[in-house]
Design a protein around this ligand. Structure first.
Ligand code: CP3
Length: 346
């Protein structure tokens, strides 16, 4: 019978569920004091990512503390970039810093890493987490989508206007496509290794593709993303595509080959469903800011999201990640609300 241990995977496959499954992007993080304590013990964020037992501990925290219906591997989308040969550091309070890749010579020096030999700590974390979860809830693996990874590699970090990466796209579209292709090949091997290690679904995060025009999404980001899903379809696990700021090109997103379309809060799930012809499970799309609202407002926002998607096709999530100063009681209350109201919807 369906229950907490399989409602997430069933909803991804558009099968009946006992209640709406819910998990939150960035559910493990600084808004939990338990997370901050483990990061402190590790001595830094990257060390935390590279120590499978500690990564496991923080992966399980939201499962225990919030009661979410899926665990997401604790790691970062930038980990494979470091393995490609781009130096990476996280400075306290500053976000990621990478050595920018801005020339064809720099591009030629990058390589597609062997995920087991060069990021074996990620695969080991997946195995440890699966063992510790022992079937309580499924484990979601993830990677950055090619365009978002290219943005970090070229900008050298988070950017305000993406001048360098968009400059490359306009100026040298041929070599820019090679860069995206290199990212796609890296992600294909990396996600395949995660699934072989035990990941039961995966999500591709395209955090920055929303800066692209519809035309450029179609010409550049979409083919690289479609290459990834095309190569991994045969693994048989649900494949989720999240694009932040996807409203202008939902129709294109539907062509990528994903099983689940994850959208932000800027479009309603009803509109997303129409524009993707009802062919997908949907994930989303509560505004993370609703977690700062009074409880009654949060409740009506949750009810609104639930009412916009028919039962059995919705994986409840936020439209983007949990922010570091989110009140944890709101996250706990959110999960309870979805489970309680999601049941009534069915
Ligand atoms: O969702 C989870 O709980 C799993 C772990 C996870 C992290 N990052 C941990 C993290 C996942 C899935 C990510 C993905 C990620 N990383 C994305 C895509 C999702 C999104 O938010 O759009 C992006 C763009 C990154 C890159 C990144 N990592 C940035 C820009 C930053 C700095 C900003 C910040 O919040 O500090 C990180 C660091 C990071 N990744 C933290 C965590 C918990 C905070 C590190 C810390 O100070 O402890």
């Amino acid at each position: 019978m369906t229950g907490p241990n399989d409602r997430f995977l069933r909803a991804c496959r558009r099968q009946k569920v006992d209640t709406t499954p819910v998990w939150l992007m960035r559910q493990a993080g600084r808004y939990l004091s338990e997370y901050r304590a483990v990061r402190e013990r590790a001595g830094g964020f990257l060390t935390l990512c590279k120590t499978p037992e500690l990564a496991c501990e923080v992966t399980l925290q939201p499962v225990d503390l919030l009661g979410v219906d899926a665990a997401i591997l604790f790691s970062d989308i930038l980990v494979p970039l470091e393995a490609m040969g781009i130096s990476l550091a996280f400075e306290e309070g500053e976000g990621p810093r990478l050595e920018p890749v801005r020339t064809e010579t720099a591009l030629e020096k990058l390589h597609v890493p062997d995920p087991v030999a060069e990021t074996g700590f990620v695969m080991e974390a997946v195995r440890v987490i699966r063992r510790e979860l022992s079937g309580r809830v499924p484990l979601v693996g993830f990677a950055g989508a090619p365009f978002t990874l290219a943005s970090y590699a070229v900008e050298g970090g988070t950017s305000r206007n993406f001048r360098h990466v968009l400059g490359w796209m306009y100026g040298e579209p041929g070599s820019f496509r090679r860069l995206l292709d290199l990212m796609a090949d890296t992600v294909i091997l990396y996600l395949k290794a995660q699934v072989e290690a035990g990941a039961q679904a995966f999500q591709l995060f395209d955090t920055w593709a929303g800066v692209l025009s519809r035309r450029h999404y179609r010409e550049f980001a979409l083919p690289a993303t479609a290459k990834v899903f095309g190569a991994l379809k045969g693994l048989g696990v649900p494949m989720i595509l999240y694009v932040n700021g996807s409203a202008p090109f939902l129709e294109e997103m539907a062509l990528a080959g994903a099983d689940v379309i994850s959208v932000d809060w800027r479009v309603s799930l009803g509109e997303a469903r129409e524009r993707t012809r009802g062919a997908f499970a949907l994930q989303g799309n509560l505004d993370p800011m609703a977690l700062y609202a009074p409880r009654a407002v949060l409740q009506s926002e949750v009810a609104r999201v639930l009412a916009e998607a028919p039962p059995a096709v919705l994986v409840f999530n936020l439209g983007h990640g949990v922010l570091p100063d989110t009140p944890r009681e709101s996250a706990v209350a959110l999960v309870e609300m979805v489970h309680a109201m999601g049941r009534k919807e069915i």
